[in-house]
Design a protein around this ligand. Sequence first.
Ligand code: SF4
Ligand code: MG
Length: 317
Amino acid sequence: GGMLDQISFSGGKFTRNRTVVHAVNNVSLDIRQGETLSVVGESGCGKSTLARVVIGLYPPTSGEIHYADQRVDNLQGNARRPFRTKAQMVFQDPYASLNPRMRVRQILEEPVRFHKPELSDDAVRAKIAEVMQQVGINPEWAERYPHEFSGGQRQRISIARALVLDPEFIVADEPISALDVSIQAQVLNLMMDLQEQRKLTYLFISHDLSVVEHISDRVAVLYLGSLCELASAKEMFSRPQHPYTKALLSAIPRIGKGFQHIKLSGDVPTPIRLPSGCVFHGRCPHAASRCRHEVPKARTLESGTVVACHGVEEGRI
Ligand code: SF4
Ligand code: MG
């Protein structure tokens, strides 16, 4: 298939239960081939929704998703298949995402049978053994059930399932946060090794900024579905621009060392009724009257950092 150049996303409101949830409001992202783009923000910021919209699990009610120059969010049925093989998702919870009544072999076989019915039984078996090996699970365990594995092993099996169609692009929604701390690094390192070996592109959803600093090429910060800042990991972690980014970083003991500690006050407002103007204004220590009325536009600074903030634009932050 054609090589992935970039994935772009602009969205979108999402209608669920007839309530319009502004899960990702003005977010526009280009994901570059071979990179890890991380999306961070507190829970409720829309990052999981963003992941599901990008992968096609939820339709955007506005906005578009382009994959390697092709619009994919409006494709139906068979036309969607190429994208559905090239883009795969790894979920947070390896307990919930693997069917307990299926053997590992069946779990891994299902997508291959569906998307590549032309493959022989031998080829399918070989593919399953290959991906099990690659994620560090003994292929001889293929007839076992998920409950016979540890949490870390189950997440390896989830990753194997994502790899079995030889994807180019993987969306990982908090892939290690449900795991014991002692095995998080192993699974993360596995994902990084696989990225190297398979030239994968990652969209990595996380709330853990020390992980994000470690693995990302670029980082996008979301607040209530709005993009606050998008920057290289190096810029983000050395010179954060947006007040919300600064607050997030200052709360991390190790990373926050160089930053003035900023305590956020107030609750995160509900995404059903978004605040006017800058969605962060109710919690921002730099909010001015303009911030309450006018939505800040995303602007690119000389450093390449994209930031949406009136205060930064006005040079007062
Ligand atoms: Fe704070 Fe205003 Fe910037 Fe929003 S636009 S982050 S309220 S200074
Ligand atoms: Mg989530």
